[in-house]
Design a protein around this ligand. Structure first.
Ligand code: 6GU
Length: 240
């Protein structure tokens, strides 16, 4: 059973819809089928719909890509199946954003995740091969996102990363145990170290303060650890 709060939220708020458009739907099955993302869907807080571009191809070979004009290695995702897919989805309701996952997009971070978690309906197009025909980007895409400065084989894993970061921020998805408030980056600080039982393992002890039961002292210690960890590992976050 879920806490009454989550049930009430689900009753009054229509679920956020995330529509992912891909040539490799199999790659996106597992990420949404477990743990927090699975529970968020079961609670009715989010709907994740995976759409196979190939289903929108009209030719008899169900083609989704073609050679690049001008030559060169690598295939390009062609206009028509993508356009037909997007326009079909648009006919079922308006999108707040139609996002294209691409290494040359804007770098994804917690702030963008926060913004996007308040939207009602988004589509995410996963790039593949050498990418999509530029005209898709010009005429349909409203935002382009990269998850970092390295190249993946396709946008699917990146779309799963972005969706996970967004979904866990939707009100009601996390409970006290999984609260997003104490996440790294939520206040531009890294999270403090955590420990669980046993209090001593092979002579390696948990810091005494955590066993003290003194909640204000524990909070102060955690804050100091966060600050110190951020200073050491990510001083750039403190400049911001
Ligand atoms: Cl969104 N797509 C691909 N193919 N590679 C990436 C990426 C996206 N973000 C970082 N690398």
């Amino acid at each position: 059973m879920y806490p009454i709060g989550a049930l009430l939220i689900a009753l009054f708020l229509s679920p956020m819809e995330i529509h992912i458009i891909t040539v490799l739907p199999e790659l996106l099955e597992s990420p949404f089928a477990h743990s927090i993302l699975k529970r968020a869907q079961q609670k009715g807080l989010v709907q994740v719909h995976i759409h196979n571009v190939r289903d929108y191809s009209l030719d008899k070979h169900k083609s989704v890509d073609d050679y690049a004009f001008g030559g060169g290695a690598g295939m390009v995702m062609m206009m028509d199946p993508i356009v037909r897919c997007i326009e079909h989805l648009q006919s079922t309701g308006k999108f707040d954003e139609i996002i294209y996952m691409t290494p040359d997009g804007e770098r994804f971070d917690q702030q963008i995740a926060n913004q996007m978690s308040s939207l009602n309906r988004i589509a995410i197009l996963c790039g593949h091969y050498k990418g999509v025909d530029e005209r898709v980007r010009e005429h349909f895409i409203t935002r382009e996102i990269s998850i970092g400065d390295y190249v993946l084989s396709g946008g699917e894993l990146a779309a799963a990363v972005v969706s996970d970061a967004i979904i866990r921020l939707i009100p009601g998805v996390l409970n006290d145990e999984t609260s997003a408030l104490t996440d790294s980056f939520q206040d531009n600080l890294l999270a403090p170290p955590v420990y669980t039982r046993p209090a001593e393992y092979r002579g390696w002890k948990v810091p005494d303060i955590l066993l003290s039961g003194n909640t204000p002292a524990v909070d102060q210690w955690r804050f100091e650890q966060s600050l110190e960890r951020t200073r050491l590992r990510r001083p750039d976050l403190l400049d911001e």
